[in-house]
Design a protein around this ligand. Sequence first.
Ligand code: ZN
Length: 228
Amino acid sequence: MNQSLIHLTDRVWVYPYEETRDRPNLGYVRGDRLCLAVDAGHSDAHIAEFHDALKAAGLPLPDITVLTHWHWDHTFAMHKVHGLTLANGRTDRHLRDFREKVEREGVEAFLAMDESIRREYAGNRPVVIVSADVAFSGAIDIDLGGCRVRAFEVETPHTDDATFVLIPDEGVLFIGDANSGVFPTWKRDPSLAKKLTGTIADLDARIFVEGHWTPTTKEDIIRDLLEG
Ligand SMILES: [Zn+2]
């Protein structure tokens, strides 16, 4: 079922997450010259819905797509993005490694990982994994025209390759699945959770967008992290 975009702030929209197929929120930032997406999506079907929603809202397709981390539900639609994909070097390495694994062992092991993956890839939908067009390390600043975006690496308890995407003038921060534990046990390393709590506390944003939840506040994220 196609959903509608949520208009979060003047320049930021979100295509909402879906639990059944474990589809994450897809972010969208409109600059005067360039448009940027946050995360590519779970499959070609997912990104097609996102593009349809953008067209329905009269918004241009993204020129740049930044990845929050390598996990399949955020990245395996990369082969269908409009424009360039941008990831930190670790995310790019994880994608290359996983592509090699699937080429070597077939898609069965991937499909066996979770019911939500089998739902997304029902009907023999092809699993296509590509690496990023541009890899960065540390942080990168992007000027979309009248709107600045900063993507930067962060240590998190979820994966070792997290990127946050901050839109300072809009007060919006995309954090991917950073505050979750490790797939599939969802256990959080206490020291990494504590470190992330400090990182989040220092960041200046009003709206925090997680991968698989409705946009929320800094206080909410910190409360969740402190629950252990
Ligand atoms: Zn994840």
